[in-house]
Design a binder for this molecule. Structure first.
Ligand SMILES: [Zn+2]
Length: 462
């Protein structure tokens, strides 16, 4: 018994020494983030959704000449709404000229609506949705029930006159008015929070999603060309309905999809959302999904992934396919409490990321993870690059079989640690950067790159 007490005291002392560089706050939660999350308003979300519905269609190929109907009126309203929140927000159209191709049945000027909240550093954290809509005869319900695996990129039947606007009714209140309203509401609470974020936050409403992620692809291409440092994208698409078409109701969970392979940055971002979303919004459960998206379905996060960016896709827990891509996608299909919970998880995650230092790099200049067995040959020796603004680091590890981190250890402002007699081959290791107030980055895992095949020459003949 006495032995036990001594061990515990020693451990407590060790923890205090290790965490000496992190300020003596009593909670993992930042009261400013708690306040920001609490600012999210169901009433505001309702007003935004009803306004988006009032445009009747927001199809990328719909009219741009009316001030009350079609995508032209919708994007103008989104721009002015976000401009009204704060002089700190830089709101603009992200304009692209798109030639006729695929489901874009005529040349069109596409405009994403983008609100930038500048931080101290140029690195960017995105919260996004798509404001364009589509409705087809039978909608997604008919497509799913037909049983065939549908090619999501298959072209729609050509319109009678390809140059006429596609102005059929397509309210899209859940797909993706919900993700758009969430993004607009976060632009409001972040820009009015008074918090001085380290990262630059971008609240992005994409267009052209329903024609093949066109607006997201164009923005991601531009980001590559202009070397814009996008660190993470939290994309929300169909996040406002809690009543599945099967009759099952689930308003207490949200799915977060991420592309692999295991321990890719997108997977680490999903784990981060589960960890920090869960801490600030314990009444909502984040379910990370170890796949890029649902079968046969796509979303804008994948457009960013395909160009090498770290991005995840939020999807409601139980979908009602009969309302998707259908004239029945109306405000009646929305649960405001559920949408607000999903907005809170996004807000907590984005705020924590934007206050934390960037995730540390763990790869050597030769492209190998900086993990060795030194000095004994049987130790876990981890090295990483210092992250700007970091005051400490947290090491994570787990068995090399299994999805969730099992152990964590706060270390000081160092860039190397040795875990004695720990076989590196048996565990997955990762490291996160932490600032002086305890804001944590997502984890960078130690992953060996795949080995190239070595072709063996035969001695028989040439
Ligand atoms: Zn969508």
């Amino acid at each position: 018994m006495r032995m036990h007490v001594r061990v515990i005291v020693t451990l407590l002392f060790a923890t205090a020494v290790i965490s000496g560089t992190v300020s003596a706050q009593s909670s993992d939660l930042d009261p400013r983030i708690v306040k920001l999350v609490a600012e999210i308003s169901e009433e505001r979300l309702e007003k935004i959704l009803k306004r988006l519905e009032s445009f009747e269609t927001r199809n990328t190929l719909s009219s741009t000449t009316s001030s009350t109907r079609g995508i032209g009126a919708a994007r103008e309203w989104i721009l002015q709404e976000m401009q009204s929140y704060s002089s700190r927000l830089q709101v603009s159209f992200d304009v692209h000229q798109v030639a006729k191709q695929g489901r874009i049945t005529r040349d069109v000027e596409l405009r994403n609506v983008m609100a930038i909240l500048p931080g101290r550093s140029p690195r960017r954290i995105y919260v996004s949705g798509h404001y364009d809509t589509v409705a087809r005869p039978g909608g997604q319900g008919a497509a799913n029930a037909a049983g065939a695996v549908r090619d999501p990129d298959a072209a729609s039947p050509p319109p009678a006159d390809p140059n006429a606007p596609l102005d059929n009714l397509a309210p899209g209140v859940n797909d993706d008015g919900s993700g758009t309203a969430l993004t607009i509401e976060l632009a409001r609470v972040f820009s009015q929070s008074g918090i001085d974020f380290d990262a630059t936050l971008v609240f992005m409403c994409h267009a052209g999603e329903e024609q093949g992620l066109v607006g997201a692809r164009l923005h991601a291409q531009q980001a590559v060309a202009e070397k814009i440092p996008i660190e993470a994208i939290l994309n929300n698409d169909i996040v406002g309905n809690d009543k599945g078409g099967s009759g099952i109701i689930d308003g207490a969970t949200i799915r977060v999809y991420s592309e692999g392979p295991e321990d890719s940055p997108s997977r680490e971002l999903a784990r981060f959302v589960q960890r920090w979303g869960g801490r600030y919004v314990p009444s909502h459960r984040v379910r990370p999904m170890a796949r890029p998206d649902r079968f046969g379905r796509g979303g804008d996060h994948s457009a960013y992934n395909q160009l090498g960016f770290t991005a995840v896709g939020f999807r409601e827990s139980r979908e009602n396919f009969t309302r998707q891509h259908d004239v029945r996608d109306t405000f009646e299909g929305i649960s405001l409490p559920y949408l607000a919970q999903n907005a809170r998880v996004n807000a907590a995650s984005a705020a924590t990321l934007a206050l934390a230092p960037p995730p540390p790099g763990v790869m050597s200049e030769r492209g190998q993870p900086m993990i060795t067995r030194a000095p004994s040959g049987y130790d876990a020796n981890l090295r990483w690059n210092a992250s700007p603004g970091a005051a400490a680091y947290r090491i994570f590890w787990r068995e090399a079989w299994g999805p969730d981190w099992e152990h964590e250890l706060l270390v000081g402002n160092v860039t190397n640690i040795v875990l004695p007699n720990t076989q590196i081959d048996d565990y997955i290791f990762g490291v996160a950067a932490i600032d002086a107030q305890g804001h944590e980055s997502f984890v960078t895992a130690y992953v060996a790159p795949p080995r190239a095949n070595t072709a063996i020459r035969s001695s028989a003949g040439q």
